[in-house]
Ligand binder design. Structure first.
Ligand code: MG
Length: 162
């Protein structure tokens, strides 16, 4: 028999000058990047929280506190690898993830295939098991003023039970 669970994750990061814009493990050419203790990969953080939530393992801030110097500037794909290890310890494997990015700028859709490749490699998932969508907020609110980017993600995980 198989046990399945779903989880959700949400993240926000504000833009800052002089930083690389990293989303889904891909460096995206832009005038600004996102601010954060790690590489501030907003999509990967939402994925981490969705997976941790599905497994009942808390959140990214608990496992990788931004007060910990070990995580300064770290690639969020490394954090995602660690999340995967935590899940595997409890017998869980990801089945699929589905995420939406909300950003007024830049255009993210052209980078989706590269993101699916890097995330798929880390999560051991095929590109078709990774849903990526992007929308603007129609100019409304902080995201609409291009102050930052947010990401929402759901994840399904499975484990075999005797
Ligand atoms: Mg974050």
């Amino acid at each position: 028999m198989t046990e399945s669970r779903v989880g959700m994750g949400i993240d926000f990061h504000r833009f800052a000058a002089g930083r690389a814009l990293v989303i889904g493990g891909v460096i995206i050419p832009h005038t600004r990047g996102l601010l954060g203790h790690s590489d501030a990969d907003v999509l990967t953080h939402a994925i981490c929280d969705a997976l941790l939530g599905a497994a009942g393992l808390g959140d990214i801030g608990t496992h990788f506190p931004d007060t910990d110097e070990r995580y300064r500037g770290i690639s969020s794909l490394t954090l995602l690898e660690e999340v995967l290890s935590l899940l595997e310890r409890d017998g869980w494997i990801p089945v699929n993830i589905d995420a939406t990015l909300i950003a007024q700028e830049p255009k993210l859709t052209p980078h989706f295939s590269a993101m699916k490749e890097s995330l798929g490699k880390t999560l051991h998932l095929l590109p078709e098991s990774i849903g990526l969508k992007a929308t603007t907020s129609e100019g409304m609110g902080a995201i609409g003023r291009a102050e930052g980017i947010s990401a929402f993600c759901v994840a399904l995980i499975n484990r075999g039970v005797q």
